[in-house]
Design a protein around this ligand. Structure first.
Ligand code: PHE
Length: 328
């Protein structure tokens, strides 16, 4: 019986001596054709044990590809032979399909651009976070009931290691950034976040946020209001947008507010949480809270895109449905 090794050897040898297109075609049929030697070997595989079948099968397939490649190359070398081109130059070409950005990436880029134009820097942080940065340093000690609002996915800790989790918000990057920089500064932090919660039209276990943080000697909420209104106006392409603050509570800000916006004549839409950075947060980052003050906010990227592009359900972003994705 023919072995793979034997076939390989003689195929390569014959390939070297082949002189013209006809010879090459004959060789192709002999080895790769439907009744060819290799097909014979592949057919006989069914009688082998599973292990043998696997190794031999993969070897035979590799050989098949390689030989086909070599034969193709040789055909090119020999040229068209009879001098008559068999290429139909009138045949329409294949339209190359171009890649493009997902709407969420596009939205994030728009956000970055607007804040960069207002002299903010763009910073990123890890999606897998430590308990310290995600909670404790943000004035959310273990016993704090507000932790429940940011319930997330915990990772099994390494022996003796710190507890880790998928970050439920981008706020941990506030601490990471302040540990390494001194005010004044203004940053935004776009990124992916995770929450352990039921999925519906406006919630998903996976979503995108961006954090804002501006710190200096006298940065205040009035500055913040100006910045968000400017941001909304840019993002919503020059439409006049009004923002309002409602009292709210986040352990890492004091006072804390909920920010709503509305277009001229429209309803108020709840957009984000924000507030003045809590002294305890400054302390966790080794700042003296008597030296600095500033505002922080956290906004959902999907929410912005949903309003701007009139998308009714957050799950559409992650459906992978091209009919949705290709519209933007
Ligand atoms: N991190 C908060 C959230 O995800 C939002 C927030 C950020 C609130 C900064 C206040 C200040 O809900």
């Amino acid at each position: 019986m023919l072995t793979i090794e034997g076939i390989e050897k003689s195929a390569y040898k014959e390939l070297e001596t082949v002189k013209d297109r006809d010879g090459l075609e004959a060789l192709r049929v002999k080895y790769l054709g439907r009744k060819g030697d290799l097909t014979g070997v592949l057919r006989s595989l069914k009688d082998l044990s599973e292990k043998e079948r696997k190794t031999l099968g993969s070897r035979a397939n590799k050989f098949k590809d390689k030989l086909q490649e070599k034969i193709d190359a040789k055909f090119l070398e020999f040229g068209e032979g009879d001098g008559v081109s068999n290429i139909d130059i009138t045949r329409p070409g294949h339209k190359p399909s171009r890649g493009y950005l997902h709407l969420l990436s596009k939205t994030e880029q728009e956000i970055r651009k607007i804040f960069l134009s207002m002299n903010f820097s763009v910073v990123e942080g890890p999606e897998l976070e430590t308990e310290f940065y995600a909670f404790n340093a943000l004035n959310l000690p273990e016993w704090h009931p507000a932790r429940e609002a940011w319930d997330t996915f915990w990772i099994k800790p390494k022996k003796g290691g710190e507890r880790m989790l998928l970050r439920p918000h981008t706020s941990p990057v506030q601490i990471r950034y302040m540990e390494e920089h001194q005010p004044p500064f203004q940053i935004i932090v776009p990124g992916r976040c995770f929450r352990y919660e039921a999925t519906d039209a406006t919630h998903d276990t996976n979503f995108y946020q961006f954090e804002g943080l501006m710190v200096g000697r006298d940065v205040n909420l009035a500055n913040f209001k100006y910045i968000v209104e400017k941001f909304f106006e840019e993002f919503f392409k020059g439409q006049k947008v009004e923002a309002r603050f409602r009292p709210s509570h986040f352990p890492f800000v004091e006072p804390g507010v909920e920010v709503d916006m509305r277009f001229k004549g429209g309803d108020w839409l709840e957009m984000m949480g924000a507030g003045m950075v809590h002294p305890k947060v400054f302390e966790a980052a080794h700042y003296d809270p008597r030296d600095f003050q500033g505002f922080a906010f956290g906004m959902g990227i999907e929410r912005l895109a949903m309003i701007k592009y009139k998308i009714p359900d957050i799950r559409m972003f992650y459906s992978g449905d091209l009919r949705f994705i290709k519209q933007f």
